[in-house]
Design a protein around this ligand. Structure first.
Ligand SMILES: [Mg+2]
Length: 133
């Protein structure tokens, strides 16, 4: 198969379009949204804590979630656990920072293998998505 054809197949298989952003920092929302929209993705919701994330996941049924770890009200690990209980097929990318190693290990126990390390850039954001398609 030619590369061009292969790319079409990959694009057809990719079902990721609508993305839910979860972070307590408005700057992170803005940054992720700008990059994702520039690459053809739709940000279908912005949640600022884990509890909002769980209820927005239920109502919006996004194809993918970018999930911060440290947030007030409910953290990203607990929220991811709730979401995966509702939808074991949920696709979640955890936003991790320096010093989150223990939390990253707990996320892996939940079955989350996708991480995006802060600070982000466009390349890291898009390759995090391509890794799970
Ligand atoms: Mg945070």
């Amino acid at each position: 198969m030619e590369l061009r054809e292969l790319k079409t197949v990959v694009e057809k298989k990719s079902t990721i379009k609508r993305i839910l952003l979860v972070d307590d920092s408005p700057i992170i929302h803005k940054l992720l949204r700008r990059t994702l929209e520039a690459h053809g993705y739709e940000v279908c919701g912005d949640a600022k804590n884990g509890r909002e994330a769980v209820s927005m996941y239920q109502s919006l049924k996004p194809d993918l979630v970018f999930m911060d770890i440290t947030m007030p009200v409910m953290d990203g690990l607990e929220a991811s656990g709730e979401i995966l209980k509702m939808d074991p097929q949920a696709r979640i990318i955890m936003l991790s920072a320096m010093g989150d190693e223990q939390i990253v290990n707990r996320a892996k126990e939940l079955g989350i293998d996708n991480f995006l390390k802060k600070p982000f850039n466009d390349y890291k954001i898009i390759s995090a998505i391509s890794g799970i398609v």
